[in-house]
Design a protein around this ligand. Structure first.
Ligand code: AGP
Length: 619
């Protein structure tokens, strides 16, 4: 949700800000803007639409200043427009502010400011911040920001500049991410690490209720009571090249293709002489022995990974486990206590609902474990222990590689806990690990089949489009799965609707007769995951029931399946043979590719689908 960048140094600020914003565009892309101080005046340019529109405007009349702030927006208050785009100014036009988050009490504050004579031009909640800073400004921006933030309720990361103080950028955070990038004679602030990685690898992660002042020569961090805080910096280990398309047409395709290698690297890193190691994990083995239940919360794709986690944890650790979406968890009265291992899964580690759920679980006494991709993220830092998925930066809004990495960590965690609690015997463990080790190679085998642009899934997508337009002018997808692949049915449907805007629903196949079967005629396409021995016959019956009602079936079967040809399915996708425990790692790949090729056929913006943002940092 919204990306903010602040810069002060000796380089051309416009170039730095545009580069930083381009790295943050995954957070929101309905408008963008910059405010740069030049000759003690603010140069403000903002435009509705993608960043490139702003960049084109700036190209014609470049700013020479070396200090400024920038923003890429995901609209919350007020439609995407030039006026609602950030930065927002005060009445004097000297103060500019960019903001990520939601100010919940903005209407109350606005009423007061209006009475005092302030003039508002936008419909945003953010604009009150610039006017509050104006109200409290007595020649020191830091003091004015510090008085302002004490009045704000809600979530925010802000950056502010004053044209008469061209030697500082001031920022603050509360429940929205903000990092500092440290340079030589220059400093940066941003919503996320990629924004500064072209310039520095030294970063400081800010915590809630901290105010930072960037100057050319240094950075000071204070709490809201003005006490100086000293914080250590961290060196980012990954390279900005990992956040580039590297010749691929879309980040999503690149990230789908990376999945086999990510799992392979993870196994190399986590398995030492047959032992599972989570080096970064601060929770002691003895603590893991005493839990009586496991609770998993997450949102979206990470929630689907959590659902798979329930199947494997209950089977191999024999502890009751429930899974909730973070937004539901935080508003009910869950039975979470000191006997609960509370696992929160999040690619970004910044999802507002997941973070709030984590805090609630801590408040109730649970031991909390974060499974995160983004190193140093809020969830990673606030959990009692963290396990990183190390999938590298995921840029496409539709999550793919983070999902398989989360699944892989959940397998490892299951085996780790199962062994620790005596639920998995050493020989069984050996067998499980040996089979798991086959997965990355099989994932890569499957992926390489689809590197041919004329692959069968691309062809099915083409037929779908033709069918969709020519015959019905409307169609939709139903995804059916059972048992450990039921979450993949949900995930396949989510991927499709996110990037192709086609209605799609995931269902446990056994539930089909309890409702969704009413939808079946010659119109919907039904994706049936029929790879598992345990439930294979049941899925074949479901397929028969769909075909008897003229439904169109894409069946995902195990390589070498001879039976499926007798069932009159329309399309077949083969998955390499692996123990069904690990089949979710493979099954999801064609589902991701199906969504990708359908969206591509329709010509949609695959990496930046409408209305979505990568990291949902507001409720
Ligand atoms: C997946 O494709 C999504 N864009 C979305 O559902 C995502 O998984 C969800 O917002 C959770 O994000 P997180 O993993 O960063 O917490």
């Amino acid at each position: 949700m919204c990306g903010i960048v602040g810069y002060i140094g000796t380089r051309n600020a416009q170039g730095v800000l545009l580069k930083g914003l381009s790295r943050l565009e995954y957070r929101g892309y309905d408008s963008a803007g910059v405010a740069i101080i030049e000759s003690r005046k603010l140069n403000l340019v903002k435009r509705q639409g993608k960043l490139r529109i702003l960049a084109d405007v700036l190209k014609d009349d470049p700013s020479k200043g070396t200090i400024g702030i920038g923003h890429t927006r995901w609209a919350t208050h007020g439609v995407p427009s030039d006026t609602n785009a950030h930065p927002h100014l005060d009445c004097t036009g000297k103060i500019a502010v960019v903001h990520n988050g939601i100010i919940e009490n903005y209407l109350d504050l606005k009423k007061i400011l209006l009475k005092e004579g302030h003039k508002f031009v936008s419909e945003t909640d953010t604009e009150i911040i610039s006017h509050l800073i104006e109200k409290y400004y007595k020649g020191n921006l830091e003091t004015a920001v510090s008085r302002t933030v004490k009045l704000l309720k809600g979530s925010y990361a802000i950056a502010a500049v004053h044209s008469l103080e061209p030697d500082k950028v001031v920022g603050a955070r509360c429940d929205s991410p903000l990092i500092v990038g440290l340079g030589e004679g220059e400093n940066f602030m941003a919503s996320d690490v990629p924004a500064v990685l072209d310039f520095t690898k030294e970063v400081i992660y800010l915590d809630n209720h901290e105010i930072i002042v960037l100057t050319r020569s240094g950075v000071t961090i204070k709490d809201y009571d003005g006490r100086t805080i000293s914080k250590k910096s961290s060196t980012i280990k990954w390279d900005i090249k990992q956040a580039e398309k590297s010749g691929y047409e879309h980040f999503m395709l690149k990230e789908i293709y990376e999945q086999g290698d990510i799992v392979s690297n993870m196994l190399d890193e986590r398995l030492r002489a047959g032992k599972i190691s989570f080096e970064e994990l601060a929770i002691k083995a003895s603590a893991f022995k005493r839990f009586k239940k496991i609770a998993i919360v997450a949102c979206g794709t990470a929630y689907h990974a959590g659902l798979t986690g329930k199947y494997i944890l209950e089977e191999y650790v024999r502890i009751p486990c429930w899974v909730d979406t973070s937004s539901e968890f935080r508003y009910r009265n869950p039975i979470v206590d000191k006997d609960t291992l509370f696992i929160v899964i999040s690619q970004s580690g910044e999802t507002a609902d997941s973070l709030a759920a984590l805090r609630e679980a801590k408040r109730r006494g649970a031991v909390t474990l974060g499974i995160c991709n983004a190193v140093g993220s809020s969830i990673a830092r606030e959990s009692d222990g963290v396990i990183y998925t190390h999938a590298g930066p995921e840029i496409a809004v539709a999550s793919t590689k983070a999902y398989t990495a989360q699944l892989a960590i959940l397998y490892l965690l299951t085996f780790y806990l199962g062994k620790l609690r005596g639920a998995i015997s050493p020989p069984k463990m050996k067998k499980l690990i040996a089979e798991f080790k086959r997965a990355p190679e099989l994932m890569n085998e499957l992926i390489s089949e689809y590197k041919d642009p004329y692959n069968n899934i691309a062809a099915y997508a083409s037929e779908f489009k033709r069918y969709y337009y020519e015959k019905h002018n409307k169609s939709y997808f139903l995804y059916l799965g059972r048992n450990i692949n039921y979450p993949n049915a949900l995930e396949g449907a989510l991927k499709l609707k996110e990037i192709s805007y086609i209605s799609a629903e995931g269902y446990p196949a056994g539930e089909m007769k309890h409702g969704p079967i009413a939808l079946i005629d010659e119109n919907p396409w039904v994706v049936c995951i029929a790879t598992q021995a345990k439930t294979y016959d049941k899925m074949l019956s479901n397929i028969q029931e769909i075909k008897a009602r003229s439904g169109i079936v894409i069946a995902l079967v195990t390589e070498g399946d001879k039976e499926i040809q007798h069932h009159n399915v329309n399309y077949v996708i083969e998955i390499p043979k692996i123990d069904e425990l690990f089949s979710p790692l493979l099954v999801v790949i064609p589902l991701q590719l199906l969504a990708y090729y359908v969206a591509k056929k329709f010509g949609y913006d695959i990496d930046q689908p409408r209305n979505l943002a990568k990291s949902v940092t507001v409720e």
